[in-house]
Write a protein that binds this ligand. Structure first.
Ligand code: ZN
Length: 701
């Protein structure tokens, strides 16, 4: 089956399925998914922290086998998904309470598992072996789940986990998601100490020396530890793959991760997995969908980039509970050309037939597609992972401004300069760590006609964490960075293209004081202690922080202020982009109506996806408190007819346009050639036609 047409859903197996359901019961549940057009089930269970449930592995596998039989009967594939290492703890009342609540949330209970607490408390059980050791205490690391994680460098754990996987494979599953391969501390277990010494030649300090060692500016040894951690998680994934390869199994390997616009403090390195067939973003549980959508749409740019490199589909996983949340979050996926998956925590899928019928009707235009991407944003795995001065906030703010202003944009990777050509403008935002080769690649991009917008001290640091002097910077770039301190951008022609250095305060959504502490610090003084890093936008509650609001709680938020900051500062950025390169897609639509244009590589059709997000980022509460009660609302279209303009290559012509929405009723729109010289077409969108999600299909002449 075409991987781009695969539709995932999560199938929960909790108490009902594990202890009570007959084969027929499971079949009945699976059939509901099959009837809605779902093709692949990813399992999820109250036994997710699988090592906690070792006394019950036999029972869990029996249930899994039942699910597999039922799924195969209806032609569905099954991907088993569990945490490969997280283990609950039950030593303190808080830990027991956490476990009790989690099990209840996931439609189970502590009483359902009579052997569980004794097993978790038995210090000789596998639950308490092979643990990540906290760098500052020298003791087991209790993580944010009130549990512990295992260390990927422990040979006994690796062997035991593979044995367990063999028992899972024996149930007939078609794929495996080994979740949570990440570090929750800077593990200093004996295997990490030994491996680090062998590979990088450094000795990890004892707990009492940790802070001093870690917080030395430009600490090369610490940067090496970060590299070692990435090696460790990746090697674990390689081990799992080589193992099932040896068994002759061809397993499906979807994978996801939540945030790429932030330091990878847990070294999960999903970008570099040895095998991945679908790549999606987890819009984490307890995110308020209405306030998180901009973050989701922004993060998706990273998934699109990685997925394109691997030629695999990219998607979004959401936890939508209502019809409106489902349509809204699905709409965000459609804007990004991504597949969509939903799972309300614990089970009970919202009826998805509405969106799945739409997808079925327009499949050829929807998923095999390339978004227009005149503006690129440079991503560097190395900078994100190993530079103590990693700052994502300007890039994130700019990407969000582009989304709000319907400016097509994409991320581009330092590792693939051959992909940069499709973006006439590329922004390098505070990418401090750049190798000599990467700077040469960027200069060649400009020489060949590209436009490079540079902010901050990009390139100030090489791959060995060495700080380049001003003279070295001037020599390697061949341009001056004085405009950082000026009042407006400075554009310098170079070869067939242009360099553009922008002032530190340019198009930044926070006030001058924040900008000063954010961007004017001397990066050579940065260390790796994230407490001290200038993540001001993060501290000011960006979408990622503000969105995480668990049920029953409310929290104060400045999301409205931040939204206004993005809207107020975006015109200067859009003007700069328009100066550097003619705009190929633009809209005149009421504020909050988002639009993106995509070209299908399947049927060559051009489609425009529209989502009504009017006032979604304006907090209703006058005291700025937000909670789960802030659900999605569809505000009425404000103002008169809207227009959309799209410029096509000169040999491409359009004969007409139709509008469609979830009602599946089509309606012809006015579409005319506005400017023959530039081959620009104008489409009129009548006021009020768009209610929630809309879709315009353009017909080639
Ligand atoms: Zn370790």
């Amino acid at each position: 089956m075409d991987p781009f047409l695969v539709r995932f859903a999560f199938f929960w197996y909790n108490d009902a399925e594990l202890f009570h359901d007959s084969e027929e019961d499971i079949e009945r549940k699976v059939k509901i998914y099959a009837d809605q057009g779902i093709t692949h089930l990813i399992t999820f269970s109250c036994t997710h922290f699988r090592w906690s449930f070792q006394p019950y592995w036999g029972l869990i596998n029996e249930c899994l086998a039942k699910i597999v039989r039922a799924a195969h009967k209806y032609g569905l594939k099954v991907v088993e998904h569990h945490s490969s290492e997280l283990t609950h703890q039950a030593d303190t009342p808080e830990q027991v309470e956490f476990l009790r609540n989690l099990l209840k949330f996931r439609k189970s209970s502590l009483e359902s598992w009579p052997k569980l607490l004794d097993y978790l408390r038995d210090q000789n059980s596998d639950a308490n072996k092979w643990l990540q050791i906290n760098e500052k205490t020298g003791q087991r690391n209790i993580n944010r789940y009130q549990g512990v994680g295992k260390c990927y460098n422990d040979p006994e754990y690796r062997e035991k986990y593979l044995k367990y996987l063999e028992s899972v494979y024996a149930t007939g599953v078609d794929g495996i998601m080994t979740d949570d391969v990440q570090y929750y501390c800077y593990c200093t277990c004996e295997h990490c100490r030994k491996g680090f010494k062998e590979k990088y030649g450094h000795t990890l300090p004892p707990p009492e020396k940790w802070d001093e060692w870690m917080n030395t500016p430009q600490n090369r040894e610490f940067a090496d530890l970060l590299r070692f951690r990435h090696d460790s998680t990746r090697n674990f994934h390689v081990m799992v793959k080589e193992h099932y390869d040896r068994l002759g199994l061809k397993l499906l390997r979807p994978n996801y991760h939540s945030f790429a616009f932030s330091p990878d403090t847990q070294s999960c390195g999903i970008d570099r997995l040895p095998e991945m067939h679908w790549y999606f973003q987890e819009c984490a549980l307890s995110c308020l969908i209405r306030f998180s959508f901009l973050k989701s749409a922004c993060e998706q740019k990273h998934r699109v980039m990685i997925a394109k490199e691997k030629n695999i589909p990219h998607g979004i996983l959401n936890y939508a509970y209502t019809r409106d949340e489902l349509v809204f979050s699905w709409g965000v996926a459609m804007l990004s050309g991504s597949f969509y998956t939903n799972t309300p925590e614990g089970g009970d899928m919202v009826d998805e037939s509405l969106i799945r019928s739409f997808e079925k009707k327009y499949a050829s235009s929807l998923f095999h597609c390339e978004a227009l991407s005149p503006v690129g944003f440079l991503h560097s795995f190395e900078n994100r992972s190993y530079s103590p001065g990693y700052i994502m906030s300007r890039m994130e703010a700019w990407v969000q401004m582009c989304i709000l202003r319907n400016m097509p944009c994409a991320m581009v990777n330092t590792e693939h300069p051959e992909h940069w050509k499709r973006c006439p403008v590329i922004c390098v935002n505070e990418i401090h760590m750049l190798s000599d080769k990467e700077i040469t690649d960027l200069k060649n991009y400009v020489k060949d006609g590209g436009n490079l917008v540079i902010s901050g001290q990009s390139g100030i640091q090489d791959k060995d964490n060495h700080i380049r002097t001003k003279e070295e910077m001037d020599a390697i770039w061949g341009i001056s960075f004085e405009a950082r301190h000026a009042s407006k951008p400075e554009i310098t022609p170079y070869g067939k293209g242009k360099f553009c250095v922008v002032p530190d305060s340019f198009a930044y959504p926070l006030d001058e004081k924040d900008i000063a502490s954010m961007f004017k610090a001397d990066i050579s003084q940065y260390n790796f202690n994230s407490e001290l890093l200038p993540f001001l936008l993060t501290r000011h509650a960006p979408f990622v922080i503000v969105a995480k609001t668990p049920p029953g709680l409310k929290r104060e938020s400045n999301i409205t202020e931040l939204y206004h900051g993005l809207m107020d500062r975006s015109p200067e950025l859009m003007e700069l982009f328009n100066t550097l390169s003619p705009r190929v897609f633009s809209t005149e639509l009421p504020e909050g109506i988002l639009a993106s244009a995509c070209c299908s590589t399947e049927d060559n059709s051009i489609t425009i996806r529209l989502l009504n997000t009017t006032d979604a980022l304006i907090v209703d509460d006058k005291d700025n408190f937000i909670s789960r009660k802030d659900t999605v609302v569809w505000k009425k279209w404000q103002g008169g007819d809207g227009t959309l303009s799209i410029t096509l290559p000169e040999n491409e012509k359009i004969s007409g346009a139709v509008y469609c929405d979830l009602s599946l009723q089509e309606r012809t729109l006015s579409c005319e050639l506005k400017d023959a010289q530039s081959n620009t077409y104008k489409i009129t969108l009548p006021a009020g036609l768009l209610e929630d999600f809309g879709f315009i299909k353009l017909f080639p002449a």
